[in-house]
Design a protein around this ligand. Structure first.
Ligand SMILES: [Zn+2]
Length: 419
C-alpha cells in the first residue's frame, strides 16, 4: 500500500493524535465503482448511502466533496480506484493493545478443551508490570500499524493490564500517543494482591488510580462479570469516572447473564460491549435508548473474535437489530481471548455466525463503531468528515464477507494521507 503521493512517517511520542495534512493540495479519489458513505438522508443507496460511479475529493485531511465521477472537480493529485469499491475506514471501538507477553499456549490448551474463565488476564498483568515503557510502546505501535494495514483508521485503546496506579497511568499515557479514544480499565480484574479485599481495590481505583489515569483517558470501563466486578462495585467505579469527566463503557454479559447491560443503560453508557448473554429485558432496555444520532443512545458492541477464540456461542446480532438496537462490531484485540486486529475477519464472522447482512456488518464496523465512540467525524464519508477511507480490492463491500480471509484492503487513506 505504499505510495509516493505524499511522504508519511509513523506517529512518534509527542505527536498530536490527529495529524492533518495542510497545504498539500487536493486529492481526488476517482473512478469508484461503489462508494459506501454511510451518509443517510441523502436519498441514495439505503443505510450505507451507496453512490455508484462516484468520486471523492480530499482537502486538508477532510472529505471536501462527494458526487458522480463525471462531475468531479479538478484536483492537484488523483487516485484511480479502477472501478473498485471504497468504504469508510474501520472504526474499532474496543481494543486492549497495551500489554506484554503472549498467551498462545493458553489458546492451544483451550482449543484442546479447557474452558475460558477470564483468569488468564492475571498472566498478562504480571508480564505488563515487568515490561519497560519502550516494550509496551513498541507493542501498541506494532498492533496499531497492523490494524491500519487492514483498514482500521480509528482504534480505541484500553489500559487494564497494569492494575497499579503507576502502571495504569503509564499504560494510558502510552495509549494516548496513538489514539484519541483511550479508556481507563483499572477495573479489568481484581489483581492477585487484592484478591481477599476487593473493596480496598475498588477504593484505590476510584481514588489515586483514577486521579493518575484521568488526564490521559477519554473513557472509563469496567469488566462487570462473575469473577471480575459485581454490579455494586461496577456502578461505584463508573460513577467516579463520570464525576471525573470520563464517558462510560462497560464489558457486560460476556460469560453469562448479568446486570452489566442494564447498568450501562442506567448510567448512559456510550456502549455496552460483548452482549453475548442477553435477557429480553436487556434487549428492551438497549432499544429504549434509541437508534438515532442522539447522544443518549447506548450501542451494543459485539466482539465475535472473542467467541471465535474461546469457542463460545456467538451473540445474536439479529435479535438486537430486529429490536431496533444500534450494533457495532469491534475486534476486542487482546492477547488472551481475541488476538486479532482484523475488522474484515469480524465482519465475516458477524455475517456467517451472527445473522447480520453484509451491509449491516459493514455499517456496524464503520458507522456503528463511531456511534459507540460518540463521534461524528469518522465512520462516514461526507463533506467535513475525516478523510479516512479504504479502497477495496473488490467491486463491492459484499466481498468483505463473501471472501473471508482474503486481503481485500488495496489502499488506506488516513486523515487524507495514503498509507
Ligand atoms: Zn475487552
Amino acid at each position: 500500500m505504499s505510495t509516493d503521493l505524499w511522504p508519511t512517517r509513523p506517529v512518534r511520542p509527542g505527536d498530536p493524535a490527529r495529524p492533518t495534512v495542510r497545504g498539500s493540495g487536493s486529492l481526488l479519489v476517482d473512478n469508484i465503482g461503489e462508494l459506501v458513505t454511510n451518509a443517510s438522508g441523502d436519498g441514495t443507496g439505503g443505510p450505507l448511502g451507496i453512490h455508484r460511479d462516484a468520486a471523492l475529493l480530499v482537502e486538508d485531511g477532510q472529505v471536501a466533496w462527494v458526487g458522480p465521477a463525471r462531475g468531479a472537480p479538478a484536483a492537484d493529485r488523483r487516485i484511480d480506484a479502477g472501478g473498485a469499491a471504497v468504504i469508510p475506514g474501520f472504526v474499532d471501538s474496543h481494543a486492549h493493545l497495551v500489554f506484554a507477553g503472549d498467551r498462545a499456549a493458553e489458546f492451544a490448551a483451550r482449543m484442546a478443551g479447557q474452558p475460558y474463565t477470564g483468569g488468564g488476564i492475571r498472566t498478562t498483568v504480571g508480564a505488563t508490570r515487568a515490561a519497560p515503557d519502550s516494550e509496551l510502546r513498541a507493542t501498541v505501535r506494532r498492533l496499531r500499524d497492523e490494524a491500519l494495514r487492514q483498514g482500521t483508521t480509528t482504534i480505541e485503546i484500553k489500559s487494564g493490564y497494569g492494575l497499579t496506579v503507576a502502571d495504569e497511568a503509564r499504560s494510558l499515557r502510552i495509549a494516548a500517543e496513538f489514539s484519541e479514544d483511550t479508556t481507563f480499565l483499572g477495573a479489568h480484574v481484581v489483581p492477585a494482591e487484592y484478591a481477599d479485599r476487593p473493596d480496598d481495590y475498588v477504593g484505590m481505583v476510584c481514588g489515586p488510580m483514577l486521579a493518575a489515569a484521568a488526564p490521559y483517558a477519554r473513557w472509563i470501563d469496567v469488566f462487570c462479570e462473575r469473577g471480575a466486578f459485581d454490579v455494586d462495585h461496577a456502578r461505584a467505579i463508573l460513577a467516579c469516572g463520570q464525576a471525573a469527566g470520563l464517558g462510560v463503557r462497560v464489558h457486560a454479559n460476556q460469560l453469562g447473564p448479568g446486570p452489566g447491560v442494564q447498568l450501562g443503560v442506567e448510567l448512559g453508557a456510550a456502549s455496552v460491549d460483548h452482549c453475548t448473554h442477553l435477557s429480553d429485558a436487556d434487549v428492551d432496555a438497549l432499544a429504549a435508548t434509541g437508534t438515532g444520532d442522539g447522544a443518549a443512545s447506548t450501542v451494543a458492541t459485539l466482539l465475535p473474535g472473542a467467541e471465535f477464540s474461546t469457542r463460545s456461542p456467538y451473540p445474536d446480532a439479529r435479535r438486537l437489530l430486529d429490536a431496533g438496537v444500534t450494533v457495532a462490531l469491534a475486534t476486542d484485540c487482546n492477547p488472551g481471548s481475541s488476538y486479532t486486529s482484523s475488522m474484515p475477519f469480524c465482519i465475516a464472522l458477524a455475517v456467517r455466525e451472527m445473522r447480520m447482512t453484509p451491509a449491516e456488518a459493514v455499517w456496524a464496523a464503520t458507522a456503528g463503531g463511531a456511534r459507540a465512540l460518540r463521534r461524528d467525524d469518522v465512520g462516514v464519508l461526507r463533506p467535513g468528515a475525516r478523510a479516512d477511507l479504504i479502497v477495496l480490492d473488490a467491486p463491492t463491500h459484499l466481498h468483505l464477507a463473501y471472501r473471508p480471509g482474503v486481503p481485500l484492503i488495496r489502499q488506506v487513506l488516513h486523515n487524507g494521507v495514503p498509507q
